[in-house]
Design a protein around this ligand. Sequence first.
Ligand code: AOS
Ligand code: ZN
Ligand code: ZN
Ligand code: ZN
Length: 424
Amino acid sequence: MILNKQVVDQHNNQLLDKHKRNFTHLSSDITHLDYILEKLQQFQIAIPSWALGTGGTRFGRFSGAGEPGNLEQKLEDVGLLHALNKSSGAISLHIPWDIPTDADKIKQLAGSLGIAFDAVNSNTFQDQPHQAYSYKHGSLHHVDPRVRKQAVDHNIEVINYGKSLGSKALTVWLADGSSFPGQLNFREAFQNTLASLQEIYHHLPEDWKLFVEYKAFEPHFYSTTIGDWGQSLLLANKLGPKAYTLVDLGHHLPNANIEQIVSLLLMEKKLGGFHFNDSKYADDDLTAGSIKPYQLFLIFNELIDGMDLHGMDHASGLGWMIDASHNLKDPLIDLLQSVEAIKIAYAQALLVDREALKKAQQSNDIVKAQELLQDAFRTDVRALVAEARLRMGGAIDPVQLFQENEIRSQLIAERGVNTVATGL
Ligand code: AOS
Ligand code: ZN
Ligand code: ZN
Ligand code: ZN
């Protein structure tokens, strides 16, 4: 056991005086303090299993040490994060990178760490050994019905793995697209994708959701068959009430107004969830909030405005997930930073005076509306987030504790130096 209560308590005692000073100062001006603390305590963000190891770029990959080598160790990593921040109580698995050979054992381990299973992901963007047909020219959109069937069957297999673990959603992200004009008949590609998704949808349990993720470009550079939220929503609407759009923050063309997309998907009751991350250029998969924290805040502002104010936890059915890739930082530290950034944005958005904002909008008071949003965004809410964490038994400063206790060195001692986590 790398992290026990004693270690966390010791860390907290060391920082308690300073924290209390900051918290008292901040909270004296907040009217609905208990409400905000409660919301922050309930909020959980799922960790992607594929982000627990070091990622790479197409130019190279610089391996980290002490990385998880199997699903059990991935769960242990998420358990560590959750013990530190009390907000990482879920994991999102990717098949076949995370096949649960003994589902009962995996479920039991997850349960003992307080971890639930968020959406399971299928993978038809890579060929697996011994697979009959290649996905070089696509999967669910493929011109050859045999390839489409193979990809559909894989998705059904993923649903079954998910069922064995208690997951309630399937995320489909397709690399299907084209890199040269003329390569693809757009309408046929879309229709093939729809027909394949209908087949998958047909195998979806009653209480499950299908998340249709979109992405503007990459790996293809001319067209992507599910390239934007319009195409995803079109599919979700045609598929039926169990199908939703999934928003990965890195999957838009430059300067897209993601908060507006989020608000309309919510209005249509078709927002399935998120892959949180941040980017400067495209699908950079950087730490959430590291480049555009104001955008993250504005997204949460729309979420609070558009959702039942009581429903922003996993029970609401929304998939709150991170999708990141780290090739420079320690993956676990990066994930702690992402969760923290997401909670900060949420806390700031909870501070917005909604009544006053409504009034400003109704009277076209642009200055007031801007002041209200920026006033909340410019509030340093870190002590608020830390207080919520402290009340749940987490660490006041998870990153500091991770570093001070040399948690990575302990993992290296356990797992070795030459480790490669499965996944991208
Ligand atoms: C790919 O760009 C997408 O973000 C997917 O969500 C993908 O399944 C994930 O990033 C793992 O590679
Ligand atoms: Zn994603
Ligand atoms: Zn992506
Ligand atoms: Zn991503």
